[in-house]
Design a protein around this ligand. Sequence first.
Ligand code: 5GP
Ligand code: MN
Length: 333
Amino acid sequence: MTIPTETRNPALSQICDAIHARTRFLITSHTKPDGDSIGSQLAMAYALEAIGKEVRIVNADPAPEHYLEFPGVSRIEITRGIVETDVDALIVMESGDLARTGIAGLEGRFAINIDHHQGNARYASLNWIDESAAACGEMVFDLIEALGVPLTIEIATHVYLAILTDTGSFHYSNITPKTFDICRQTVEAGVNPAAMARRVFDQNSFGKLKLIGALLDEMDLLADGRLAAMYLNDDILNATGTTYNDTEGLINLPLTAREIQAVVFFKLGADGDIHVSMRSKYDVDVRAIAARHGGGGHKNAAGFKMRGPLEAVRDGVLKEVADAIAHGIRSRP
Ligand code: 5GP
Ligand code: MN
């Protein structure tokens, strides 16, 4: 006999009760939303509406352009200011604390916190953190099932988008049989994996191809060729006619080289802030480095923000990643 998901997981059961008891929901996620945050928020929104709830989705930054054609993305409201929160509950996805939403004025509400990152501050009324989930979309899938909502094509599309992107198109180490079981169900509900892969990954403009060329051209190789460092600034964006959003996913390119075990991507903002993104293979743990600098993420994909100038911080960060490579490489399969 199958045990219903909600009786196996008390947090899920409490969240279901809280949702059933309320009507108006505000869904949000982190700044610079990625495929998992967009997919998780919209899957949740469609599911809540299927059971008669009122839903608003509010994000600090717009979705990457190529996600705009996914169902419901155009309805996401973009604001960093105080949200008029005439709602019964806030649902926050993928955010270790409320500041990560980039939206002011969310404090003091009944809030449901759903996340799969380590180090979540458990700031909400109900906190459901599952670090074993390959994507927040996996957790949303469980919640939707527990709410008794059928898997429509819109919901399935967003769950698949979340998993496809947050596993680095099935590259990362947190993939489990459950990941594929959820994907199987989304495909049975009508998702076309080939079309999804094209819509998500084959959306480059010619400008983006030039950007890739420019970034790889200026890439540094360190630690005996095991570590790659890439640098983004406004000059490269202007020269290639691209924007910050065009950089999504580019950090993964150097990892396709057999020797490279980790990549650090320094993205310089106009305000002097540097966003440091890191990716790694196998047991090279970049999350621990991000955590030391006040950021977060996962073992193989993590990030943090620093104050510049780049020259002052670069060598220290690269040394930390080189050490993580030396430490992690022993367990490489
Ligand atoms: P990305 O490098 O694509 O920006 O992020 C990779 C992973 O690290 C994601 O799971 C993302 O949520 C996390 N991450 C990136 N930047 C930050 C940050 O400044 N703070 C926290 N807590 N996590 C971050
Ligand atoms: Mn995620």
